[in-house]
Design a binder for this molecule. Structure first.
Ligand SMILES: [Zn+2]
Length: 347
């Protein structure tokens, strides 16, 4: 089968790899239909993540082809969502809804595990990793497939930022970042009852429009100290109690802390790179830093109904569709900000 391999800085290639196959009785093989390219894939692409060569991709949905003898919750033909980490569902961390810390879990594409930007993947602990979109396992309407794909990572990540910050109804929330996670955090903040949402650090007109379509009331292009001043003006000096940091860079983290009101929280979900927190600034203002890696699996059941009834449409973060054979172009376009997030059609 064909799968995407990261070959070194700014090089991904579609290569022939061994076919996905059942190795343990708890495995299932999924034929991948759609995959996403994540911001963390982009860090790898830029030479700041996994070492080369390695299989890449961890956001995917598709149809179960085959199951191991112990698998009972899915059957061949079921259409499933695959969270960005696999997990066993039974360890103490899975039991408390932190599947990303599963003792037996792991990332796609590490060691001998398949990754998500390929034709198929063998899924460990299929009963507890895979989530059927519909109870009977049938394929949902084409119009909501992209939104369902966001449950594998990006939308649950934005939702994690909003949930960890404990947004209360009527709050003013600032979302730092204009990538797909930031857009999802805007939608999630709205879902949780925020009444005034400001998106900071949005660079281009097309991103401004998308942020507003996701629920932002105001969008500011400024970054750093200028962004802090702009937020101060927009809130008449009352800084926000909740700031959602959705980039992961040193500058965006520092900006998020600087604009947070005393007693408030900064919730971060961007994969941190070079971040060095000034703990004293947290101390003097009683600011809580929360967030981390989203337990996507934990949130899927909560968010699925709102995608199925079309009350939310997080699929709009995928701004361009590519075929799997054009995966290198998809990365190149994302790297050059020609698309916010590529949607890869595999099947
Ligand atoms: Zn576990």
């Amino acid at each position: 089968m064909k799968a995407t391999v990261y070959k070194g800085e700014r090089r991904v290639e579609l290569e022939e790899v061994p076919d996905a196959a059942i190795a343990k009785c708890s495995d299932a093989v999924v034929d991948i239909e759609y995959a996403g390219v994540c911001g963390s894939d982009l860090w790898t692409y830029r030479g700041q993540g996994a070492s080369a060569p390695s299989r890449i991709g961890h956001e995917f949905v598709g149809t179960v082809r085959e199951v191991g003898s112990e698998v009972s919750s899915v059957k061949p033909g079921d259409w499933v969502i695959v969270p960005f980490r696999y997990s066993d569902g039974v360890c103490r961390y899975c039991q408390k809804g932190l599947e990303t810390s599963c003792i037996h879990g792991g990332f796609w594409g590490r060691e001998s595990v398949d990754a998500g930007q390929g034709e198929a993947a063998c899924v460990p602990y299929a009963d507890d990793t895979l989530v059927k979109a519909l109870p009977d396992g049938s394929r949902p309407d084409e119009g909501i497939i992209a939104s369902l794909l966001t449950l594998s990572d990006v939308f649950t990540t934005g939702y994690h930022a909003a949930t960890c910050s404990r947004i209360r109804s009527g709050d003013t929330v600032v979302v730092v970042g204009d990538g797909a996670v930031g857009l999802c955090a805007i939608m999630a903040a709205r879902l949780l009852g925020a009444s005034h949402i400001i998106n900071a650090g949005s660079s281009h007109e097309d991103r401004h429009l998308l942020a507003k379509a996701c629920g932002a009331d105001e969008v500011i292009s400024a970054r750093g100290d200028d962004a802090v001043k702009a937020v101060e003006t927009l809130t008449s000096g009352h800084m926000p109690d909740e700031v959602l940091e959705c980039v992961g860079s040193a500058q965006s983290f520092s900006t998020a802390i600087s604009m947070c009101a005393p007693g408030g929280s900064v919730s971060y979900v961007g994969l941190p790179h070079g971040v060095d927190i000034d703990v004293k600034s947290l101390f003097y203002n009683n600011i809580t830093v929360t967030g981390g890696m989203s337990p996507a699996h934990h949130y899927i059941a909560r968010l699925l109904p709102q995608i199925l009834d079309k009350s939310i449409n997080p699929g709009l973060v995928y701004t361009k569709e590519y075929r799997l054979k054009d995966i290198a172009t998809a990365y190149e376009d994302m790297d050059n900000r020609r698309t916010i997030k590529p949607l890869i059609k595999v099947g």
